[in-house]
Ligand binder design. Structure first.
Ligand code: 13P
Length: 340
């Protein structure tokens, strides 16, 4: 893929009113999601679920790409069409999660380092041949009394930069995802500090390793109160602090920024994104979504593992996709939720 194609892919990922659907849960994670609907996590059941997400009629109006998992990129729809072909035929770009998970960071209690660099060049070549246009690597940063340490942030962003270089060499757009977790009792101010520290380290590491940020998408957390914090920042505060942090720490020439939902409720994740775009129409980059749970939760509950519920489940996914599409242009409002 030429530089022009990388640029085209990156821009298409964040095309106006479109975002990414993350369906790249690892096998242990999708089992946890299936446990919530009391449904067994077998390969065929996982295939059936991903089938309904991938073939959702009309999804391509709001979704530019889907992030797949290694098992999923090799599977096919019930009529035998490879998932990647089905996506491409509907104008949706296949992406692929390529890290192999966050493992305990040696000598650093409660901190994680993401693994997956060994053999990555060969895996990327294979994913490219299977149709992947972009990739994802998630680093996890944990807020605690003594964390994150500089050592953990540095180790993770170094790996993110090495991954990004291998992706660009392979003609695949890297989505770099440093996720500051929201499952703690920290204030929004502390989340701002840690997100800033992480983004500064990330863009410094990308620069040192000659990564072209014009061919890179940032996937990040919002600046938000920890889930267990007694004082929860409101929607506008989250929007303002997130935008302030990004404007200060992300190069203007990046083609786009997308958010993870990180455990926010589906409606709140939409409202936060909408407030950012409604209050800031002139940002240097599009702000869009790359949600997993916040797009899938209502769909998964409506499905409940039953074939007879597929249509309802797909409608639920389409509804959330549409609401988030509006949030990308700051035109979402809560009335849209009751309209369906
Ligand atoms: P959530 O939106 O569920 O946080 O997942 C997005 C994702 O891809 C995390 O890596």
């Amino acid at each position: 893929m030429s530089a022009a194609e990388l640029e085209t892919t990156a821009k298409a990922m964040v095309a106006k009113g479109k975002g990414i659907l993350a369906i790249d849960e690892s096998t242990p994670t999708i089992k946890k999601r299936f446990d919530t609907i009391d449904f067994e996590s077998t390969e065929q059941n996982r295939r059936a679920y991903r089938d309904l997400l991938i073939t959702n009629p009309g999804g391509n109006r709001f979704i530019s790409g889907m992030i797949l998992y290694d098992e999923t990129i090799r599977q096919a729809t019930s009529d035998g069409t490879p998932f990647t072909k089905s996506l491409i035929d509907h104008g949706i770009m296949p992406g692929i999660k390529v890290d192999t998970g966050a493992k305990d960071f040696a000598l650093h209690t409660n901190e994680k380092i993401t693994e997956g660099l060994d053999g990555l060049r060969d895996r990327l070549a294979e994913y490219k041949s299977l149709g992947a246009k972009f990739a994802k690597w998630r680093a996890v940063i944990t807020i605690g009394g003594n964390t994150p340490t500089q050592a953990c942030v540095e180790a993770n962003v170094h790996a993110l930069a090495r991954y990004a270089g291998l992706c660009q060499e392979a003609g695949i757009v890297p989505m770099v995802e440093p996720e500051v977790l929201m499952d703690a009792d920290n204030t929004i101010e502390r989340c701002y500090e840690v997100t800033e520290m992480t983004l500064l380290a990330l863009f410094s590491a990308l620069k040192k390793q000659d990564i072209n940020v014009e061919h890179t998408i940032l996937k990040t957390n919002m600046v938000i109160s920890g889930k267990q914090c007694s004082k929860q920042a409101n929607i506008q505060e989250v929007a303002d602090q997130t935008v302030r942090c990004l404007v200060k720490n992300v190069p203007a020439k990046l083609p786009g920024i997308v958010f993870l939902s990180g455990g926010q409720s589906p409606k709140l994740a939409t409202a936060h994104l909408n407030a950012m775009n409604a209050s800031n129409p002139e940002l240097p980059w599009p702000l869009s979504f790359s949600y997993g749970r916040a797009l899938q939760e209502p769909c998964l509950s409506a499905w409940a593992g039953k074939e007879s519920n597929i249509e309802e489940a797909q409608k639920a996914l389409l509804h959330r996709s549409k609401c988030n599409s509006h949030a990308c242009t700051g035109t979402y409002n809560a009335d849209m939720e009751s309209a369906t």
